[in-house]
Write a protein that binds this ligand. Structure first.
Ligand SMILES: [Fe+2]
Length: 358
């Protein structure tokens, strides 16, 4: 081919690309690597937020920013620095610290997004879910499934903070969100020790005969710490006695489940609690989908893509899809975890690679 012919072809090719652009078209062959990478390459990065940073900032917001209709919640989202300024902890998950001052009320509303709360410290707030007042206390995991009305009220003279987890990014990408305002004040201001949902549903292995249909989300509004703690304690004691009870040596784990299906508590999010003995470590692995941890108690290290970071009570860690991760305990180490695994598994995209020894 002559130089002249090559020049003509280059010119024609340039014009072809310009015409693609004019007509809102994009050729696959110039961007295949981004569209179909060999393995998941999340824009989200592994990242750690310290409770010693989160809590004082939330407290300052408590002093300066009122909570009420319109803003709805004094919630401060963990924004993954890899995601370009959106308030998402991962491509599918939202995580925030929410702060409610003494005697404050966060008004009722409902939305398509599924939500939960996890309490790392404090008490004195009741969340009212579809009219059922649910006490929030240390170590409790509390559900607000999609389209359930919910508001919060603090009955004490002390502030309280907790973490919220939602599927906001997933609902955003799929354009499936609806929102509705409810009552300005919570619809039931009573302060029972346990909710009606727990009185009906939260008895081990027993299911009320009024609820034999499979429900999309768990009808249990609160999973109490006393049960989680007992389950983990028993697993480690059984391991000591020589019985198979732990997921790997020195690593007890439970999954919060929907008693009507045995599956995850909500359609888009999985929640678990993990306890490692002092000195235990998890096998290094990669998983499809993203997971967020909050240290509940103790001290240890997260090793994320080869980088080891020390964490302690309240610290939050995001592990994006296909990040190599492992955890090392430097005391008894208790971790709350939530992930988008139900989405990944329902769509048959789940994969795990144990990388130990690689
Ligand atoms: Fe909400």
């Amino acid at each position: 081919m002559t130089d002249i012919e090559t020049g003509i072809e280059d010119e024609q090719l340039d014009k072809l690309y310009r015409d693609f652009e004019t007509e809102n078209l994009m050729p696959l062959w110039t961007q295949l690597g981004d569209l179909m990478p060999m393995v998941p390459t999340s824009k989200a990065v592994p990242f750690i937020w310290k409770w010693s940073t989160l809590y004082p900032l939330a407290k300052r917001a408590g002093d300066l920013v009122p909570v009420g209709r319109g803003g709805e919640r004094r919630a401060i989202a963990l924004a993954n620095p890899g995601l370009g300024g959106v308030p998402y902890v991962s491509p599918t998950l939202w995580a925030a610290i929410q702060y409610l001052g003494p005697k404050e009320v966060a008004p009722e509303h409902r939305h398509a997004q599924n939500a939960f709360r996890f309490v790392v410290e404090g008490e004195g707030v009741w969340t009212v879910v579809n009219g059922d007042p649910v006490a929030m206390r240390r170590g409790d995991f509390l559900l607000t499934p999609g389209w359930h009305f919910h508001g919060h009220h603090n009955e004490t003279d002390q502030p309280m903070a907790w973490i919220d987890g939602l599927d906001i990014p997933f609902v955003h990408y799929t354009d499936t969100g609806f929102f509705e305002f409810g009552s300005e004040n919570v619809t039931d201001e009573s302060t029972p020790d346990i909710s009606r949902s727990e009185r009906l549903w939260a008895h081990p292995g027993l299911r009320p005969l009024v609820g034999l249909d499979a429900k999309t989300s768990s009808p249990i509004a609160a999973y109490r710490w006393v049960h989680t703690d007992a389950a983990l304690t028993e697993q480690l004691e059984l391991e000591d006695e020589g019985y198979a009870a732990t997921t790997e040596p020195g690593h007890a784990a439970v999954r919060y489940t929907n008693p009507t299906t045995g599956g995850d508590v909500m359609p888009t999010m999985r929640a678990e609690f993990h306890r490692l003995r002092d000195g235990a470590r998890t096998r290094p692995r990669r998983d499809v989908g993203s997971t967020v941890y909050q240290v509940f108690e103790g001290r240890g290290r997260f090793v994320l893509d080869g980088r080891s970071t020390s964490v302690e009570t309240g610290d939050m860690v995001v592990v994006p899809s296909w990040t190599e991760w492992s955890i090392e305990a430097e005391s008894q180490f208790d971790l709350f975890a939530f992930s988008d695994a139900p989405i990944v598994e329902k769509l048959h995209f789940a994969r795990t690679l144990i990388t130990e020894g690689a």
